[in-house]
Write a protein that binds this ligand. Structure first.
Ligand code: ADP
Ligand code: MG
Length: 701
């Protein structure tokens, strides 16, 4: 193709090479033998094909608004076909009275449909269109420059029929293609663009998904295993007096089965000689803090120090108070280090950490600073990990000559498929059981019209001595957005409930101010807290029984679930009220009603991922997953992902030369698949091609 075309492909679609082009697959295929009638068109339809004649052409508007409007008839009804670019050329391109096939995306305007910039071809009754037409994603720029799905499809067709194509080597080793009964690459590529039929297209798609996910898994697992071999982990051989003493005499409650299981998993890691990198998932209120504390005791029992890092000062302080109380019972020294720790105390803590007299330290980012040095840090626990950057976590690694064990805790349940990719080299533990006696939270969807009723409920709970959260999407009113804000909310609520003290927090306040306001609510002096989502993470006020979320349609499901988790922490029945404006779409209603149907964070995160797509999930952006996955979808391809993980493990087990370093193996339960030398070359070539320049994956844990 000409240079300017090539340039536009490169700029708009990142297509630089033949390989890029042939891997640019249609996102769907259309049956070209099917013609729609104008009367059949509906809102939000994808591309459709119509047959008919142009009645007239008219140029309308001036300047930038200038457009060509063709009146098109399918014999029954009329519709407009519109061109905003190349107006004069298009006007002369088509003649009235000739049958044309129109191919494009219909848009609705006041009950009528039109199609802008369709593909138009003369209709030849001797050769009616047949077969499947690939539909490719094109940018507006490309479309305006005259690109069409048909043109892309022609380019792919040219490539596929080029004599060189027959020599293209498979990107997967034959051993894998055979063992997993995959379609060979050449067939798969051909069918991705020009499928023989739907069943073949499905097999081709499956093969391309497999390839994508397999290399991703191989890449992640190869790195993880190399790291396991390279880094010697601290060995906590003993369960000693601190752990046992606490466990047998000081537990404030019976551990749940899930807490015990997770502690066993952690204990298992710590005596293998590998460095633990474990993600601990547990819904809000599932009791992660106790697991963290008891893990820290394992470190102390073996003569090491442990650190717990939280994303906010409020949260760090709460953790500190809990851990100090527990620690006191068995004589473990716990200190708190945050940005607002006074200089004198800070020096004291620094010294205590260096000489080992401080056994457990709780803190914020302040812990990361280079001035904070340990005698022998054996374990770092990180709470609510997505608030910390990867680089910050890496800095904690460097605080001991042998990297400490790492336990990352999160209350945002991550769908299993995401955990296997974004956090693929972390082991995952799940607390899937809440402590007994929790009353489920009653979640309801309410509209602006129901405000009186909602206020009555709030009033009743306040009268009963409880506390109430009200969350807003904005800090202050923005004339451009019809959203409620903390500032006006504060005034309104103070007006409705003048007998109660209201505190408020948002992200634009100074930390001192925020803390003071927050403290008022924690102490119970303020009975209502008006806030933005800054309260999302971890705050624990068991007396709070109502969570009202204004403009709840603006929040993601996982975020709503996090907010809801602020209530239901005491013995009282709690309520979560999702407020929305009156006229929300049916999609939004469906999304929000998931919240009213379940309290299960995993179900919610799976649903969230299906609705929003994996690319919008927490953690996927910075990980570059979106880059690596173009055919496969983490929301729907969990089964294939499982297969590819097994294949990748088999390959690593059977071919240790793929690893960077020698050393012991930790997991070979999946069997092994020894490969030929040329297959190993294929793997290396593909890994290099796919992951070399694009993303630095090496820092993900
Ligand atoms: P999260 O997992 O959200 O961090 P927490 O660790 O803050 O949860 O625990 C929530 C509450 O449940 C705390 O008050 C804690 O003391 C309590 N808790 C934790 N484990 C148990 C248990 N096994 N039995 C009863 N209460 C528990
Ligand atoms: Mg917590």
């Amino acid at each position: 193709m000409g240079e300017s075309r090539a340039k536009s492909l490169a700029a708009e679609l990142e297509i630089h090479t033949f390989r890029d082009l042939i891997y640019y697959f249609p996102f769907r295929h259309l049956d070209r033998s099917r013609f729609y009638k104008i009367s059949e068109l509906r809102g939000e339809m994808p591309l459709v094909q119509l047959k008919g004649r142009f009645i007239s052409f008219e140029i309308e508007g001036e300047g930038a608004k200038r457009r060509l409007v063709g009146l098109f008839s399918d014999g029954e009804r009329l519709m407009q076909i519109i061109w905003f670019a190349r107006v004069n050329a298009m006007k002369d391109a088509y003649r009235p009275g000739v049958d044309y096939v129109i191919f494009g995306r219909p848009t609705e305007f006041r009950g009528n449909y039109n199609i802008a910039h369709p593909e138009v071809t003369p209709y030849d009754p001797a050769k009616p269109p047949t077969g499947w037409q690939g539909v490719y994603n094109l940018t507006d720029k490309l479309r305006r420059a005259g690109w069409s799905a048909r043109l892309l499809s022609t380019l792919s067709s040219n490539l596929l029929s080029h004599p060189g194509f027959a020599g293209v080597a498979d990107t997967l080793p034959p051993e894998i293609v055979e063992a997993y009964r995959l379609m060979p690459l050449q067939d798969a590529l051909r069918n991705m663009h020009f499928p023989a039929d739907t069943a073949t297209l499905q097999k081709a798609t499956e093969r391309m998904k497999f390839e994508e996910l397999f290399y991703l898994q191989l890449h992640i697992l190869r790195f993880a295993r190399s790291r396991n071999r390279k880094i010697r982990g601290l060995i906590f051989a003993r369960i000693g007096d601190y752990f046992n003493g606490f466990y047998h005499h000081c537990l404030p409650f019976e551990l749940t089965g899930a807490q015990k299981r997770v502690l066993r998993e952690i204990r298992g890691d710590m005596r293998t000689g590998r460095q633990m990198n474990r993600l601990l998932q547990g819904d809000v209120g599932s009791g992660k803090t106790m697991v963290a504390f008891m893990t820290m005791l394992m470190a102390v029992d073996n003569g090491y120090q442990a650190a717990l890092m939280a994303p906010t000062e409020i949260l760090a302080t709460q953790h500190y108070e809990t851990l100090r109380e527990w620690g006191e019972k068995i004589g473990v020294t716990v200190r708190l280090l945050t940005g607002s720790t006074r200089v004198k105390e800070r020096r004291e803590i620094h010294a205590g950490l260096l000489d080992g007299s401080v056994q457990l330290i709780v803190g914020t980012h302040a812990l990361i600073e280079d001035t904070v040095q340990f005698r022998n840090l054996g374990l770092t626990v990180i709470d609510e990990q997505h608030r910390f950057g990867v680089a910050q976590r890496a800095r904690m690694w460097a605080k001991n000559s042998t990297p400490p064990h790492v336990l990352v805790m999160t209350a945002t349940p991550i769908p299993r498929t995401l955990a296997m990719t974004v956090y693929g080299d972390l082991d995952v533990s799940v607390i899937d059981e809440l402590p007994p006696g929790r009353k489920p939270i009653d979640t309801m969807l309410r509209y602006d019209d129901n405000r009186m009723e909602v206020n009555r409920l709030i009033g009743r709970e306040l009268e009963a001595g409880r506390q109430v959260y009200i969350v807003y999407p904005l800090i202050s009113e923005n004339p451009k957005l019809e959203l409620k804000s903390v500032e006006t909310g504060f005034e309104r609520i103070s007006g409705i409930f003048p007998q109660y003290k209201v505190s408020y927090v948002h992200g634009r306040m100074s930390p001192e101010m925020k803390d003071a306001q927050m403290q008022k609510f924690v102490s119970g002096e303020a009975r209502i807290l008006v806030a933005t989502t800054v309260i999302e993470v971890g705050v624990n006020v068991p007396n709070a029984s109502v969570m009202v979320i204004e403009n709840s349609e603006r929040f993601g499901l996982s975020q709503l679930h996090q907010l809801r988790g602020r209530v239901g922490r005491g013995a009282e029945k709690s309520f979560c009220i999702l407020m929305t404006k009156q006229n929300i779409g049916s999609d939004t209603r469906k999304r929000l009603s998931i919240m009213t149907q379940t309290n299960d964070g995993f179900l919610i995160s799976e649903a969230d991922m299906k609705l929003r797509g994996p690319g919008d999930m927490e953690g996927t952006q910075q990980s570059g997953i979106a880059f690596a996955l173009r055919v496969a979808n983490l929301a729907t391809d969990g089964y294939t992902l499982g297969l590819t993980r097994r294949a990748a493990l088999q390959v690593l087990n059977g071919n240790p030369q793929l690893l960077e370093v020698d050393g012991p193996d930790f997991d070979s339960s999946e069997g092994s698949m020894p490969l030929s030398a040329s297959s190993i070359d294929t793997l290396r070539r593909e890994l290099r091609y796919r992951f070399m320049k694009k993303v630095d994956w090496s820092q993900i844990s």
